[in-house]
Ligand binder design. Structure first.
Ligand SMILES: Cc1cc2nc3c(=O)[nH]c(=O)nc-3n(C[C@H](O)[C@H](O)[C@H](O)COP(=O)(O)OP(=O)(O)OC[C@H]3O[C@@H](n4cnc5c(N)ncnc54)[C@H](O)[C@@H]3O)c2cc1C
Length: 373
């Protein structure tokens, strides 16, 4: 069986695949997204924190990539709202990282020192300063750092908006399409072969299969280049929201929503391809959350869920072209894949158009040791 040829075939319809497909279609290319099981990926499970400064313990290529992507978000969400009418919950709410001890506070100060030198918005605070920002924090909080430019959004809304905007720009989504391998002809990728034997041919192939990327044959990725790292989340639904800002504390983070919900996340576990919610994780996350914000004690429990973050062996995303020509990798985004979606899409679209990517991609090369098979 043959599907008609398109300019680009994208393997995996998570946030990396959908954002890339939209960017390519907006440049006038015909794009087909092959998705085995919509909703299966990490993108629907994420907490929606856009926090390059919260996450970066030091300066480096990943921190710079994350900062570049955060800067692209206002334009992306405005274009999605225009194309679809969907508010993806993007709020430049700021974020607070806190510790319970003086030594923890000092560690935070050391980790963010580079950010002050780089001219990023970061403000150190003591316990009183932290509670002035987020009054519902417990008395134990000894201080931390406030990041005024950090933001949050609602990942399921983002995914809906990306998909609808992409479809309206001409992208074809094929659900239930499980890719077995990349089609290769003389060291050049030619599309994808599905489990049912269908050949989906294209001039360019983009691999965005998240945690499952290494399982797709023929791409040139090492078998352990990308592995799943499970994250679990507990949702609380308090009657009145005890906070509007993102808070990172010991043992958990809190990501609020405009409707009052508070997402408590997230575990970081090697548990294979098993997106289960466990008793231990729920206990540990709730214990940490209630210690941080005691006012959450009476909040009704909402849903619980788990997702699989695509973890590359050296924790750097895999972006660009590897050994095969016409195959672009955009995977291994681990803890920051939602944050990194706009810059990922920009990179994929630039590479396929034959343009210079917006950043130096050499640290993220698919051909680097441990990633190439
Ligand atoms: C609990 C949790 C909290 C998180 N919080 C945040 C956060 O606050 N901020 C942030 O930036 N990031 C966060 N992340 C990380 C983020 O979710 C991921 O980095 C990101 O979603 C990865 O996107 P992706 O498109 O690469 O992969 P995925 O979303 O996993 O999508 C990959 C897709 O490929 C499909 N696929 C796989 N194999 C095949 C195949 N053979 N054929 C066809 N389709 C296939 C899958 O079905 C899946 O839909 C979180 C993750 C978790 C789990």
């Amino acid at each position: 069986m043959h599907a008609p040829m398109s300019d680009v075939v994208v393997i995996g319809g998570g946030v990396a695949g959908c954002a890339s497909a939209l960017a390519l279609a907006r440049r006038g290319l015909s794009v087909r997204v092959l998705e085995r099981n919509p909703g299966e990926g990490a993108s629907w499970a994420a907490a929606g924190i856009l926090g390059p400064q919260l996450e970066a313990a030091g300066d480096g290529p990943l921190a710079r990539l994350c900062l570049a992507s955060r800067a692209l978000y206002p334009e992306l969400v405005a274009s999605l709202a225009e194309a679809t009418g969907i508010d993806v919950g993007f709020r430049q709410s700021g974020a607070l990282r806190v510790a319970f001890t003086a030594s923890g506070r000092e560690e935070i100060a050391r980790e963010v020192a580079w950010q002050r030198e780089a001219g990023l918005a970061v403000e150190l605070c003591d316990g009183g300063g932290a509670r002035a920002r987020v009054p519902s924090l417990c008395a134990e909080v000894a201080g931390g750092a406030w990041f005024a430019d950090e933001a949050r959004l609602d990942p399921p809304s983002l995914m809906r908006a990306l998909r609808i905007a992409a479809e309206r720009t001409g992208v074809q989504f094929r659900a239930g399409a499980a890719v077995r391998r990349v089609l290769v002809d003389r060291a050049r990728a030619r599309g994808a072969l599905l489990e049912d034997g269908t050949r989906v041919e294209a001039d360019w192939t983009v691999l965005t299969a998240g945690s499952w990327s290494s399982l797709i044959e023929g791409s040139g990725l090492a078998p352990a280049a990308v592995r799943p790292v499970r994250g679990q989340i507990v949702e609380l639904t308090p009657a009145s929201p005890p906070l509007t800002q993102v808070v990172y504390g010991p043992g958990c983070y809190l990501s609020p929503r405009d409707d009052g919900r508070v997402l408590v996340g997230a575990t970081v576990e090697l548990a294979g391809f098993v997106p289960a919610v466990t008793a231990r994780a729920v206990r540990d996350l709730l214990t940490a959350a209630l210690r941080l914000v005691p006012a959450l004690e009476d909040a009704p429990l909402g849903r619980t869920w788990a997702g699989l973050r695509p973890h590359p062996s050296d924790e750097l995303p895999i972006l660009g072209q590897g050994e095969l020509t016409h195959l672009i990798f955009a995977t291994g985004h681990f803890r920051n894949g939602v944050l990194l979606a706009p810059v990922t899409a920009q990179i994929v679209a630039a590479l396929i158009a034959g343009e210079q990517p917006p950043l130096d991609l050499s640290p993220f090369s698919p051909a680097r040791p441990g990633i190439a098979g």
